[in-house]
Ligand binder design. Structure first.
Ligand SMILES: *Cc1c(COP(=O)(O)O)cnc(C)c1O
Length: 491
């Protein structure tokens, strides 16, 4: 498989080059030039471990990696750094299945890809005989930052710099980032929201003079955001793995369709589900679930992508995004690879904050259903699932769960809800959902109270934030991000 930029069809690269670059230099995102259905023998696939499934799926996407290279990346990533032997277990609750993607080191689904990305990047460096050090720039709505720092900590030849919105992440998320160890990890709170930080990171990627300055120091930028194909591709794996597990357990028959409900922010997770479907996985509907920042559900209804609205800080902060980067990829596919039409829309988005697609184009999004859950609905969903099944879900998962419930009359297949974070990462919101007054509780009290509701012990990630010393929070204005990076690369 090879890749091309959404904004220039002549900009064609191999998988390893796309991973090293992160973003295309023309401002576009790399997409597979073509994805064809592969043959799927479920009798064999249903016995696959997560690691075997990862090798099976990744070889489709990583055209210029050898089998041995893929295998060694997979082994480095998916091992006892996860606190569950299945890596991505499926839990039965409330009449459907929750695919738990939070058993990695930072207890959010970002670990599924960020535990392997450093291996993919260093291998891509070898394949391309690249001698430059890689400087990873990452804007985070809370979870990518920690997972990227954990993945890249002390990886030779890499420097990792993370920017998160000051006041826009949960207290546990912030403490996780500030307690990260590693000589090469750097984290800043910026005065702005996630969209501001993500936009600035994109601008710096495309800042030619800055790139040259870096090159003169024998360094180059790359991205650990889901704009990097190396983040997206490992996420395709768990869609296949979930399906195989359902067959193994006798819940579905081979080739029976299932639906997935995905709590969506930057549109990376659900896009991986779309690529899984393109590869031939029998998916019925992909449910795009948003919180009060409901740009996407409005788009699916009207064909109008409109960011001219208030940016709302919610109890599902990792989905507080108005400009979903990966949506550009889906839009490009829906436009049948019409680069000019895409560029016009992306210019409209930049200049007017909105763009409109035609009725015909909108019809090309029929793999998806979409809706959103309000704050109140999210809280009551946490309670509803707990009452029905004694199962505690985090607020992001609750958004997906609620939206699937809202859309139940429009779908018929067995349902998997993609569970993206451990409830321990958002204890305050979860306890509020369970009708507990948390006003007087500090982090420790929140965690201990939540412990009473779950039948699982604190994951290692929670013990770590108590053991490791926390750095001071460093707050900078968005305009100073460039200088902050300069100081780090000068060291
Ligand atoms: C990042 C994140 C999301 C959103 O995923 P996207 O790939 O950005 O759509 C949802 N839930 C949690 C917990 C996350 O960390």
């Amino acid at each position: 498989m090879i890749y091309k930029s959404t904004r220039n069809p002549d900009n064609i690269v191999t998988a390893s080059q796309a991973i090293l670059e992160g973003l295309a230099s023309d401002g576009g995102l790399y997409v597979p030039t073509e994805i064809k259905p592969i043959s799927l023998d479920w009798n064999e696939l249903k016995e696959f471990s997560y690691q075997e499934m990862a090798q099976f799926v990744l070889k489709e996407f990583l055209g210029d990696f050898t089998q041995e290279q893929i295998q060694s990346c997979v082994q480095g990533a998916y091992n006892d750094g996860f606190d569950h032997e299945n890596i991505a277990p499926l839990k039965d609750a409330d009449g459907h299945y929750y695919l738990e993607l939070f058993h990695g080191e930072t207890i959010a689904f970002k670990d599924m890809a960020l535990s392997i990305l450093p291996y993919l990047m260093t291998t891509a460096n070898e394949i391309n005989h690249n001698e430059k050090d890689i400087v990873i720039l990452t804007a985070t709505s809370g979870d990518t930052g920690k997972a990227a720092m954990a993945g890249f900590a002390d990886v030779p030849g890499t420097e990792i710099i993370v920017f998160y919105p000051n006041g826009g992440v949960s207290s546990i998320q912030e403490r996780q980032m500030l307690t990260q160890e590693g000589q090469n990890t750097h984290v800043f709170a910026v005065n702005g929201n996630f969209d501001d930080a993500q936009k600035k990171v994109k601008d710096l990627f495309n800042d030619q003079a800055f790139n040259e300055e870096l090159a003169s120091k024998n360094k180059q930028f790359s991205s650990a955001n889901s704009m990097n194909i190396g983040r997206l591709v490992p996420q395709v794996v768990y869609y296949f793995f979930a399906y195989a597990q359902l067959i193994k357990r006798g819940e579905i028959k081979p080739n029976e369709k299932i639906d997935f409900s995905v709590p969506t922010g930057n549109f990376g997770n659900i896009l991986a589900g779309y690529y899984a479907k393109q590869l031939g996985l029998p998916i019925g509907k992909l449910i795009c679930a948003s919180n009060d920042n409901n740009v996407l559900s409005d788009f699916f209804e009207s064909g109008n992508y409109n960011t001219n609205r208030e940016f709302i800080l919610t109890i599902s902060p990792s989905m507080d995004i108005l400009i979903s980067s990966n949506f550009e990829r889906l839009l490009y596919h829906a436009l049948n690879d019409d680069t000019n039409a895409l560029v016009t829309m992306m210019d409209d988005l930049k200049d007017k904050g909105s763009y409109q697609v035609t009725e015909d184009t909108l019809a090309n999004f029929s793999d998806f259903l979409a809706d959103y859950a309000t704050e109140k609905e999210t809280l009551s969903e946490i309670n509803a699932v707990y009452q029905s099944s004694d199962y505690v879900i985090d607020p992001h998962t609750a958004v997906a769960s609620k939206v699937a419930r809202k859309l139940s009359s429009q779908r018929e297949n067995p349902l998997v809800i993609v569970s993206t974070a451990s409830p321990y990462k958002f204890p305050e919101a979860v306890l509020n959902g369970l009708n507990i007054d948390t006003d007087s509780m500090d982090d420790d009290a929140l965690l201990n109270n939540l412990r009473e509701f779950t039948d699982i012990d604190f994951p290692p990630a929670i013990n770590k934030i108590n053991e490791n010393p926390a750095d001071e929070r460093t707050i900078i204005p968005i305009e100073e991000m460039k200088d902050a990076i300069r100081r780090i690369i000068a060291e």
